[in-house]
Design a protein around this ligand. Structure first.
Ligand SMILES: [Zn+2]
Length: 76
């Protein structure tokens, strides 16, 4: 398996390479799930959801956050 090599810093943090963030549309503030699968560490993106009601359908992106159409109409 080929992968990108990154160094863990003194706080245990690892930077997700920009190529991976772009591929998975990961932006600042997004939540990710970190799990152990046999001998590997797996990082999964959480499903995108409305910032107001957590609805996962009919999402539109406003600036850097997802909002469902229903909440968008309320805000407007
Ligand atoms: Zn909503």
């Amino acid at each position: 398996m080929n992968g990108l090599i990154r160094q863990v810093d003194s706080m245990g943090r690892v930077l997700l390479p920009v190529e991976i963030r772009r591929h998975f549309n990961i932006i600042e503030g997004d939540k990710i799930c970190i799990a152990i699968r046999e001998d590997a560490i797996v990082i999964k993106t959480q499903s995108k959801s409305c910032v107001f009601c957590n609805n996962r359908e009919n999402l539109v992106m406003i600036k850097t956050r997802y909002v469902c159409n229903s909440c968008k109409q309320e805000v407007i």
